[in-house]
Design a protein around this ligand. Structure first.
Ligand SMILES: N[C@@H]1[C@@H](O)[C@H](O)[C@@H](COP(=O)(O)O)O[C@@H]1O
Length: 260
């Protein structure tokens, strides 16, 4: 696992945007795994700047969101479908026809979940998956005790996740109780993973993911199983990493023959 510690959120956003741009430079029809939440917003903002400046064209890429709340009205501003439209598809100039979000309003949620995995496979798989991390170590909405082999499926949101996400809703009771989320097994099939985290509130989760044991109690520790996973954090989110100096040294002395 590659761990990169940067001074602040702005640098994290720039490096994330560089990684996306590199993938798209290799393949203008690349498939991106899209995360919601506050963590990747710096990446999206930087990508939007490059698109607006005409130095980057993302109109050929496809996107698959990680997750969606179950039962939330599609036009609710906090449905992930609305968030992806507003914060990603529009500003980044993606083709809406190429971007999918799990259907949290499907009559048959299990079938919708299965079909979502099939659609990812039919698109050729995800080239670069962007990830945030929950304070309880979740990725997507894979809450603690999620199987490392899990596929896209219905999950019950952990109480801590519902509390964390209450800030997006009028009241805590309005936060949905269930979601559809890509599984850890689904996420691990992406060709490259990029997890970003900022702020001290993520420091424990980041330390558990990077240095803790491989454990379903910290679903993000599944990244340790991936051949091409990067964790890019600011100083605050890195503050509980025991080997922080080693990661800094590694990054500064990166061998020329090593890829990103
Ligand atoms: N389902 C999302 C995750 O995809 C996200 O990475 C995480 C952290 O959110 P944030 O980036 O806002 O801290 O929790 C959310 O609820």
């Amino acid at each position: 696992m590659e761990v990169i510690i940067l001074p602040g959120p702005e640098e994290v956003g720039r490096l994330g945007a560089d990684r996306v741009a590199a993938v798209v430079a290799r393949n203008p029809r690349a498939v991106l795994g899209l995360a919601t939440g506050s963590s990747p917003t710096g990446i999206y903002a930087e990508l939007a700047r490059r698109v607006a400046a005409g130095t980057l064209d993302l109109s050929g890429v496809s996107g698959f969101a990680l997750d969606e709340y179950v039962g939330i009205p599609a036009d609710h501003p906090e449905s992930y479908s609305a968030v992806i439209d507003r914060e990603v598809v529009g500003p980044l100039g993606l083709d809406p026809a190429r971007v999918r979000v799990p259907d949290g309003r499907a009559a048959d949620l299990a079938a919708a979940a299965e079909e979502y995995d099939a659609a990812i496979a039919a698109a050729g798989g995800v080239d670069l998956q962007l990830l945030g991390i929950g304070t309880n170590g979740h990725i997507g909405f894979n809450e603690p005790t999620s199987s490392f082999a899990s596929r896209t499926r219905i999950k019950t949101l952990a109480p801590r996740t519902r509390t964390d996400n209450a800030r997006f809703f009028a009241s805590p009771a309005e936060v949905p109780t269930h979601c559809l989320t890509q599984g850890l097994g689904t996420i691990l099939e992406a060709r490259e993973l990029l997890l970003v985290a900022q702020g001290e509130g993520k420091a424990d989760a980041v330390a558990a993911a990077v240095e803790g044991p491989l454990s379903s109690m910290c679903p993000a520790s599944a990244l340790q199983l991936h051949r091409r996973a990067s964790v890019v954090v600011d100083e605050a989110a890195a503050s509980r990493l025991r080997l922080a100096d080693y990661y800094r040294f590694t990054h500064e002395h990166k061998p020329r023959w090593q890829g990103p």
